[in-house]
Design a protein around this ligand. Sequence first.
Ligand code: ADP
Length: 158
Amino acid sequence: MKAVYPGSFDPVTLGHLDIISRSASIVDELIVGILVNNNKKPMFTMDERLEMLRESVKDIANVTVKTFEGMTIDFARENNAKVIIRGLRVISDYETEMQIAQVNRSIDSSIETMFLATGLEFSFLSSTIAKEVAFYDAGVEKLVPPIVVTKFKEKYNK
Ligand code: ADP
């Protein structure tokens, strides 16, 4: 079974990595897809996000990282993936995630969305929160992998 895990990953957090490692142990092959052009103005360039993700998952044999443009469902199809992985944190994630999943299913019902509940310790964590904590130098090491800590230091010049 092949799956894709799409997102902005601006930057990747330990919450994302928790979802990646847990889903990689369920499926045969996991392709993490970094979405280009999704209206959000990113802090990190695509190359930086790719580098941070690749470095963070390098020890997980069945995970690869790619970038993609356009719809997740097309990204899944192009990669012959039958499953889209998404992480659920709090109840507010549920509404949007359910909408996205229903739209995707109406486009191609042969591809299923699979939700993984966040690890409890990461349920408050988002890329936005990680950026804030890094900005205030308030212990971002607990929220993101080491390569992201380094990149934050470069960005914020600390
Ligand atoms: P998007 O812009 O698509 O929401 P994100 O990079 O913010 O991209 O998130 C990608 C996926 O990872 C989403 O399914 C999101 O719910 C999930 N996710 C983000 N942070 C966490 C976390 N701390 N724990 C579990 N899942 C998470």
